[in-house]
Design a protein around this ligand. Structure first.
Ligand SMILES: Nc1ncnc2c1ncn2[C@@H]1O[C@H](COP(=O)(O)OP(=O)(O)OP(=O)(O)O)[C@@H](O)[C@H]1O
Ligand SMILES: [Mg+2]
Length: 311
């Protein structure tokens, strides 16, 4: 559904997207991950023919993004990062407008628009002006708009950005529902647990370059193969000087503090759990639990985007 070769975008000499090769297959829910400024939106804007590449090629739904951009646009649905709507129009009239744009017959436009808005949970609001809509409601209108032409491929740029837990959950359910109906989904995100739950394959982009494309499972295995393990510690009274001392142990590759505890990323060649326990207890902390776990998508992401490495 998507095949890019050396896709590149320069902005005045700055390379935002650097020779990326990506393949997305029919039926995938493909997660496009990367830190802020990595080049996700720029890539999406090229795939959706909004922006033309500086070099390289891409085919989307079997059509070239440059020479067959009209066909591409007809076959895809895009939910942009920050959709701009006419504030004085209602959701229903906006959808009918797009329905007309896609050549949907006049007598079907209203019914189809209303149905989609109903599915998005906007049934009671669809005749109200967009300016009265909350952020979450606007996101729902944007998804409805992306679906108006029954796309083969749905491209979502940070679909759940700024949504509350219920809103994100219902978005994920909708995306799963669309996949089950045969739609291919390409979504960008930096919400890692979301991608872990939703996507069968991920591509990770950093500074405009693809650093990995694989299933989450294979990426995790790669990291284990490179000898990384998590040591997750919970307890009270763990202080920064203790963490500094742990950080100096041979084999410690990263320290990630969470609400619930601290994750130490460690070289699996070393048996570091007893050492970590000793440092914390000697320092006066109360250690409640220590457990070892496999890498999460967050570990994979941090490891591949280089923010975790401490040398
Ligand atoms: N029109 C533009 N002109 C100049 N630079 C741009 C333009 N659009 C994007 N960039 C730059 O390209 C880089 C990639 O931006 P992009 O919006 O693709 O990142 P992103 O991965 O979507 O980030 P985020 O997670 O914050 O949405 C950034 O450094 C950005 O400043
Ligand atoms: Mg973006």
């Amino acid at each position: 559904m998507i095949e890019t070769r050396g896709l590149t975008k320069n902005f005045n000499g700055f390379c935002a997207v650097d020779r990326i090769d990506l393949t997305v297959k029919k039926g995938d829910i493909f997660g496009f991950l990367g830190p802020n400024g990595a080049g996700k939106t720029t890539t999406i804007r090229m795939l959706t023919t909004i922006l033309s590449p500086t070099s390289g090629t891409a085919s989307v739904c079997g059509h070239d993004i440059i020479s067959e951009s009209i066909e591409v646009r007809r076959l895809i649905g895009l939910m942009p990062e920050s959709p701009g709507f006419y504030e004085n129009m209602s959701a229903l009239s906006i959808l009918q407008f797009y329905a007309e744009f896609y050549g949907i017959p006049k007598n079907e436009r209203k019914k189809k628009s209303a149905e989609l808005l109903e599915i998005m949970g906007l049934g009671d609001f669809m005749k109200k002006k967009i300016k009265t809509y909350s952020h979450g409601m606007r996101k729902r209108v944007a998804l409805a708009q992306a679906l108006i032409n029954d796309p083969e491929l749905l491209i979502l740029d940070e679909p759940t950005g700024g949504l509350d837990p219920q809103g994100s959950y219902s978005f994920r359910q909708m995306i799963r529902g669309l996949r089950d109906r045969g739609m291919t989904v390409f979504l960008s995100s930096h919400i890692l647990p979301e991608v872990q739950q939703l996507c069968n394959r991920v591509g990770i982009i950093n500074h405009g370059r693809i650093v990995a494309v694989d299933t989450i499972e294979n990426l995790a295995n790669r990291i284990v193969a490179r000898g990384k393990r998590n040591i997750f510690v919970t307890g009270e009274g763990i202080t920064a000087p203790m963490l500094d001392e742990v950080a100096r142990l041979q084999g410690i590759m990263g320290i990630q503090p969470y609400e619930t505890g601290i994750n130490f990323v460690a070289d699996s060649q070393f048996d570091l759990a007893p050492e970590i326990n000793r440092i914390l207890v000697t320092g006066g902390a109360r250690v409640r639990s220590i457990y070892l776990s496999e890498p999460t998508l967050e570990d994979i992401f941090l490891s591949l985007t280089g923010d975790e490495e401490r040398g």
